[in-house]
Ligand binder design. Structure first.
Ligand SMILES: NC(=O)c1ccc[n+]([C@@H]2O[C@H](COP(=O)([O-])OP(=O)(O)OC[C@H]3O[C@@H](n4cnc5c(N)ncnc54)[C@H](O)[C@@H]3O)[C@@H](O)[C@H]2O)c1
Ligand SMILES: [Zn+2]
Length: 374
């Protein structure tokens, strides 16, 4: 399969971020990136088959940028996390078989993180693996889900429990399509952007701060710069640790708290990005309490940024009718993949760009820490 899928030349206005590793690929970022994906699909569809797996809403709004529905006959699924399940995966695979996909064919995903996770998994399973090209259409999917090769569906027992690592051949992150995102989806994506900036370092953090006004009015150039910075940062991390054995754990910054908050509230009740925002604020406070935080101003700066983005920064801001009990949050954290042998493990910032992984903290201490928080 050492063919040309994904090896497209860059265009004016588009940035190309190379992701190195055993299966290298490019992420094309910026306004009009889907026109490049369209060329690829048209060219490849002539000889070999393609199958598009698309979020129905994203496809209705923007599918025409990739190709005609009657020609591409996409598999569309109902928008939302509920579609990230085995039954939809099975229907997608049957659709691929009905379209006559064979070795040499390829899969294109189109939509948010649900599309890239579900479609990526379908591609990795069909005939033991077909190449996949991602066209992420939410901010969250552009900065996070489409890059790094993780795919999954949820099981009743938990989120993302059935999945694979399957690197894409290429990613086309067209920032034009972000114009139609609901305000809450944009804000949720910004929670991950702030996480990404804290991991990437000072340059990215000040980029978000300085372009905040343009970002909130969805200025295409500002969003393009932001997505590019996040993709570059994630690419550097995942190419060094594709299988999440070590360094990649930094990407879980704020997520031990966030997952516990989501689990306690019931998955889908609070937006993931809002949970991440509170998780980041808590991670900074915990880091400070444990004496790890070297950049003293970082907590205040991050709180200010999250506030200006309209994101919550504390348990009470996230749960105005009363936050969950500390015992329930700690119990939820103990179920996290990162917890082992009765100790909780956290990813904590020392400074922007300097993140400590596997910080072990006694559950009792976390309980006291949470009880003391508003
Ligand atoms: N694989 C990874 O590394 C990784 C990383 C982060 C998140 N994820 C996964 O991503 C998922 C969340 O992704 P998400 O936030 O993109 O959610 P999503 O895919 O459900 O999309 C959110 C909503 O936006 C709509 N939408 C998509 N594009 C649009 C557009 N351009 N305009 C208007 N509406 C549009 C969709 O119809 C949907 O209703 C979760 O399942 C999470 O587990 C995976
Ligand atoms: Zn996340």
């Amino acid at each position: 399969m050492g063919d040309a899928v994904g090896a497209r030349s860059p265009r004016a206005g588009l940035a190309t971020v190379a992701v190195a590793g055993a299966s290298p690929y490019s992420v094309h970022v910026g306004p009009g990136a889907l026109a490049l994906a369209r060329e690829l699909v048209l060219e490849r569809a002539a000889g070999r088959r393609t199958c598009v797996i698309a979020d129905a809403r994203a496809w209705d709004l923007h599918g025409a940028r990739l190709g005609r529905t009657d020609e591409l006959a996409p598999f569309t699924f109902r928008p939302g996390e509920a579609s990230k399940e085995l039954a939809t995966l099975e229907r997608a695979l049957e659709h691929m078989a009905a379209q006559g996909l064979e070795r040499g064919s390829f899969v294109v995903t189109f939509g948010g993180g649900v599309a890239t996770d579900l479609g990526g998994l379908a591609a990795s399973l069909y005939m033991r693996g077909l190449p996949v090209v991602h066209c992420p259409t939410t901010l969250l999917a552009q900065v996070d889900a489409a890059v790094g090769g993780k795919t999954a569906v949820n099981l009743r027992a938990g989120k993302n429990l059935a999945g694979t690592f399957h690197q894409p051949r290429a990613v086309y992150a067209d920032t034009d399509v972000l114009a139609t995102l609901d305000e809450s989806e944009l804000r949720s994506g910004m929670g991950e952007v702030v996480k990404c900036a804290l991991i990437a370092g000072e340059d990215s953090l000040s980029l978000v701060e300085h372009r905040l006004a343009e970002i909130t009015v969805r200025d295409g150039a500002a969003l393009g710069e932001l997505v590019e910075a996040c993709v570059r940062s994630k690419a550097r991390v995942v190419e060094r640790d594709p299988g999440e054995l070590g360094e990649r754990k930094v990407l879980n910054l704020g997520h031990t708290f966030a997952h516990a908050l989501e689990r306690t509230a019931g998955f889908g009740v609070i937006p993931h990005g809002a949970a991440v925002a509170v998780g980041l604020a808590l991670a900074l406070e915990l880091s400070s309490e444990l004496g790890l935080l070297e950049d003293r101003g970082l907590a205040r700066r991050t709180r200010a940024l999250l506030g200006e983005l309209g994101l919550p920064r504390s348990l009470t801001e996230l749960f105005p009718h009363g936050p969950p009990r500390a015992t329930d949050l700690v119990a939820a954290m103990a179920l996290d993949k990162k917890a082992r042998d009765g100790v909780l493990r956290f990813v904590l910032p020392r400074a922007a760009g300097r993140i400590e992984v596997d910080v072990e903290v006694d559950p009792e201490r976390i309980m006291r820490f949470l009880e003391a928080r508003p």
